[in-house]
Write a new protein. Sequence first.
Length: 316
Amino acid sequence: KRFIFLYRMGGRNETKVTYFILLGFPTTAQLQLPLFSALLLAYLLTVLENFLIIVIIRNHPSLHKPMYFFLGSLSFLEIWYVSVIEPRMVIDVLSPDKHISLQGCLAQLYFFVTFVCTEYTLLAVMAFDRFVAICKPLRYPLIMSHRLCAQLIAACWVCGLATSSIKLSFIARLSFCAEVKINHYFCDISPLLNISCSDSSSAELVDFILALLVIMVPLCTVVASYLCIVVTVLKIPSSQGRQKAFSTCSSHLTVVILFYSTTLFTYAHPKLMYTYRANKLLSVLYTVVVPLLNPLIYCLRNKEVRLALRKTFTCR
């Protein structure tokens, strides 16, 4: 089966790529099985952890609050987020055939960008929720109504879908004429820009601008929300009261720091600053490690979630 075909353009033959080869991580035969097992376990645990959080929030009326509504939405998002990348990543560790079609590559990129951008905005919405809860506690039930919460979640998904559609509309116009090897374990924007044989300056500029907007606007929202939270909490006279207020947002702040710090360098820089080894290692953090840790952070650092989890497994 041929994946590269010839066509005539300007009186000469050109090759057009219809598939790519994902190089992934170089491993020896001895390391393949342990790496396969570790990645498979990480994926299954991530899906299980997030599924449990959704079930716990749904089945415990004490968690039917805006804060946990957003947490359940984050868990739902992360199940799909890891499922776009990790199953293929796990298979490629052992499989000698690392081919992915052009259409499959673009589809993976589209959904990945959608979920990443949605998570950026969702984390900002969760920061806004904590701001209202701590800084405006008396108005919190009125402001964070069920309708507003649903609208905010919908806005997060619209932002993710719109951003990925714009980016993919430019990426899809590029030509890939000879080089079919992608030095990554999934189809990401920077590796595709680097192997394109056509002028990718417009796609690169659009990607850079949208990356800055999608990262920096939510990041500024998070920073502004937490600055207001810190100022408000410091005005609380008792140390016990300050500790209780900080405890309600410590889990979210930890997740924000992990996710934003690992993705900021990867997506908020021009193509010329791209380095394969560093970006692949950072990508493992935000596609495997951070999604695995997020549910644990929320469960271990949140008293209400721990209590609901205990009740679930003790059947009380």
